[in-house]
Ligand binder design. Structure first.
Ligand code: PLP
Length: 453
């Protein structure tokens, strides 16, 4: 193989690090130029949902690129655009039937925030402009999506530029931000985490609030925390009461990651807008978007002559859309939801088994193949000192041993706490999961030994 020369022209996110150079991938494995193999135990950024090197997807993209690589969706449409929109509309809950494409999840959430604003304005409610999001939640890195999100570290640098959006706490029964016990909430059916939404809407004034945006399962910030069962039903009631649109950010959870097409289905409610990304093209091409409720579309038709005041050059890019179409065909043909449920249960049980043996695992949670492990320094759940960077350290050890995970460090009642997302490709096999767990266990033990040395 031709020798690969590093150079200094790549603007890495961390300029001090040297990253492995990946030459190719196959199934759940990535291979680097120096002969190493990495088990992709987090599907990249929870995106490479079918693993790597699938020729069928590459060929579908090449075929479309050979026909028409780019058309401007302001003027033209393509057959693949129709096919993929129809497929997504069929998978989405009724009556969310119109699909709008973007290149990434941040753009998808920007689009949803703007659509909510336009919907209310056109309906004669011009004051409705404030979006409510949640602390410990992530919606993207553009200014609108960053303003809606609650990642304190990412927000800090840009605070003077952020929009004046408001936030409530994410539900997290293990470490309740309201210091309540789950059993008490269950008994009284009185949830502080939902009541705080109503309280905030009333404080801001319902006439000013356009939308509430939420991840169905809190991904990167908390490490796959699942809300209590009735959480979303109460959230839906509150949004309806004050004419606030409910945006479900399914950028990480959409297209089967949690064992259903969309994670919000686990909670039996219908949002007004679903945003998606990552899994729709399994990372083979930049593709994301939103699926919109018919009442919003009706409003747009009636009040704005069908015109959404927004758009991107690469909305509905034919090559990305062709990738998405090939990916959804594979999900269907390979009965991917069934594999996620089976493999998810297998992996979950294995992680629970690890928890019985490794005392610094505080919690194992999640749904399907979006699983999270949280660490603590003692049985009472005290987080590790943030400067120890435990989850990063575990991932570094894993990379030395041949696997990569998704480390995170979110806020727990004001303190930073370590977690790891475990989210292998949705078509993973049991022997690959056995290897994953073995490497994970060894990496955790090595990291903790290093810290305690
Ligand atoms: N929303 C959620 C829930 C995400 O997890 C992410 C990315 O990790 C985004 C939005 C942003 O997507 P992108 O990085 O494609 O802009």
């Amino acid at each position: 193989m031709e020798e690969i020369m590093r150079n200094d022209h790549v603007f890495h996110r961390d300029l001090l690090k040297q990253y492995p150079i990946i030459t190719h991938g196959k199934g759940p494995y990535l291979y680097s130029e120096d002969g190493r193999r990495f088990l992709d135990a987090c599907s990249g950024a929870v995106a490479a949902n079918l693993g790597h090197g699938i020729k069928e997807i590459a060929e579908a993209m090449a075929e479309q690129a050979g026909k028409a690589a780019f058309v401007h969706t302001l003027r033209f449409e393509t057959p693949v655009l129709y096919e993929l929109s129809e497929k997504i509309a069929k998978l989405a809950p009724d009556p969310l039937k119109k699909v709008y494409f973007t290149s990434g999840g941040s753009e998808a959430n920007e689009s949803a925030i703007k659509l909510a604003r336009q919907y209310h304005k056109d309906a004669g409610k011009p004051e409705k402009h404030v979006v409510i999001g949640r602390w410990q939640s992530y919606h993207g890195n553009t200014f609108g999506s960053l303003s809606a999100g609650g990642d304190i570290k990412r927000r800090q640098v840009y605070t003077p530029n952020l929009l004046d959006f408001k936030h409530i706490h994410s539900p997290n029964c293990l470490r309740c931000p309201f210091q309540r016990e789950k059993k008490d909430c269950d008994k009284t059916q009185n949830w502080s985490c939902t009541a705080s939404l109503e309280q905030l809407i009333l404080e801001i004034g319902p006439q000013n609030v356009s939308a509430f945006i939420t991840e169905p399962i809190t991904g990167s910030q908390l490490g796959s925390v699942v809300p209590p069962e009735s959480y979303f039903q109460e959230i839906r009631r509150i949004c309806d009461r004050y004419d606030v649109l409910l945006i479900a950010d399914e950028v990480m959870t959409g297209f089967g990651r949690t064992g259903k097409n969309f994670a919000i289905e686990h909670f039996s409610i219908i949002p007004d807008i679903i945003t998606f990304g990552k899994g729709v093209s399994a990372g083979y091409a930049p593709l994301a978007g939103m699926i919109v409720h018919e009442r919003i579309m009706d409003g747009l038709m009636q009040n704005s002559k069908g015109k959404f005041v927004h758009g991107y050059t690469y909305s509905g890019h034919p090559v990305s859309v062709a990738a998405g179409l090939a990916v959804l065909q594979i999900y269907e043909r390979e009965k991917i939801l069934e594999n996620v449920r089976d493999a998810g249960k297998y992996l979950f049980d294995k992680l629970i088994d690890l928890k019985t043996r490794i005392p610094f695992i505080y919690d194992v949670r999640g749904m399907g193949l979006l699983l999270g492990i949280e660490f603590s320094a003692d049985k009472a759940g005290t987080p590790f000192e943030p400067s120890l960077q435990l989850s990063e350290r575990i991932n570094e050890k894993a990379m030395e041993l041949g696997a990569v995970f998704y480390p995170g460090n979110g806020t727990i009642n004001g303190q930073m706490g370590d977690h790891l997302i475990v989210s292998p490709p949705l078509n993973c096999k049991k022997d690959e999961l056995d290897e994953l767990v073995q490497i994970l266990e060894n990496s955790m033990l090595l990291a903790i030994e290093e810290i305690r040395r």
